[in-house]
Design a protein around this ligand. Structure first.
Ligand code: NAD
Length: 264
């Protein structure tokens, strides 16, 4: 894959640490020759993101909180100034109050519903609006979803509703931006132990359940998601848009507990 991304420049949003899905995709893109820039949310994360960025030869590391439109503008202004154009964006951002990632969905508050939708769904559209202007040669936008968009998962609650909206917005964005040769896709990743996932109630149980019941009898790794991410960001997928692609060791295809699954 070396050289696959040569000459391509992209923005990676959502690295919090070296377990982040965004980091798995960033390092795969960089290994294939892409030049990458990073955003981080808040000063506490800056000190984690900077060393990761420099390990892949990047010194463009910018603050961005997607609830602040001016901070999104400022990221794209900087990229315009430094690079002039952009080839890809990875959006790996999601958030909900963890008190509502347990118990019943029906108890979701309006305040948290609105915030979760803003950060986890609208922000991808807000990013697409800015990226479109810099993707003068076409491009690829990639976001991250989860199976809880399609089927009810314990504790996932408002995030499941948000991911369903995100997957629908992938299709609408793909249709709007297709004429400009900008492709828009999502990866629906299997459960992974990250900072965001630690907010989900009983997450260890979900990990075990997926490990024992997926066709491949294991959970996905950062390299699994990185490799599939690379496909979407590169010219290997020039005919693919509006797609939500499962990278979950096949879990979504299974309708019942496996006969060999141990009790958890
Ligand atoms: P993570 O905690 O490493 O990444 C989440 C990122 O979202 C963090 O970098 C955080 O700073 C950022 N973020 C949250 N609120 C923000 C805001 N207001 N402005 C800017 N950034 C903000 O966890 P992750 O699991 O790598 O999550 C990345 C994406 O993958 C999320 O959309 C998540 O829903 C999705 N996903 C995760 C899993 C999983 O099991 N971990 C599975 C499928 C999909």
């Amino acid at each position: 894959i070396s050289g696959l991304m040569a000459g391509k420049r992209g923005l990676i949003m959502g690295v919090a640490n070296d377990k982040s899905i965004a980091w798995g995709i960033a390092r795969a893109a960089a290994a294939a020759g892409a030049e990458v820039a990073f955003t981080y949310q808040g000063e506490a994360l800056e000190k984690r993101v900077r060393p990761l960025a420099s390990s892949v030869g990047s010194d463009i590391v910018l603050p961005c909180d997607v609830t602040d439109a001016a901070s999104i503008d400022s990221v794209f202004d900087t990229l315009k100034e430094k690079w002039g154009k952009l080839d890809f964006v990875v959006h790996a951002i999601g958030f909900s109050d963890k008190n509502e990632l347990r118990g019943r969905y029906v108890d979701t508050s309006l305040e948290n519903f609105t915030m979760s939708m803003n950060i986890s769904v609208y922000s991808f559209t807000a990013v697409a609006q800015r990226a479109e202007k810099l993707m003068t040669d076409g491009g690829s936008l990639l976001t991250l979803s989860y199976y809880g968009a399609e089927k009810v998962m314990p504790h996932y609650n408002v995030m499941g509703v948000a991911k369903a909206a995100l997957e629908a917005s992938v299709k609408y964005l793909a249709n709007d931006l297709g004429p400009d040769r900008i492709r828009v896709n999502a990866i629906s990743a299997g459960p992974m132990k990250t900072l965001a996932a630690s907010g989900i109630g009983d997450f260890r149980y979900i990990l075990k359940w997926n490990e024992f019941n997926s066709p491949m009898r294991r959970n996905v790794t950062l390299d699994d998601v990185g490799g599939s991410g690379l496909y979407f960001l590169s010219d290997l997928s020039t005919g693919v848009t509006g797609e939500t692609h499962h990278v979950d060791c096949g879990y979504h295809t299974v309708g019942m507990k496996q006969a060999d699954a141990p009790d958890i």
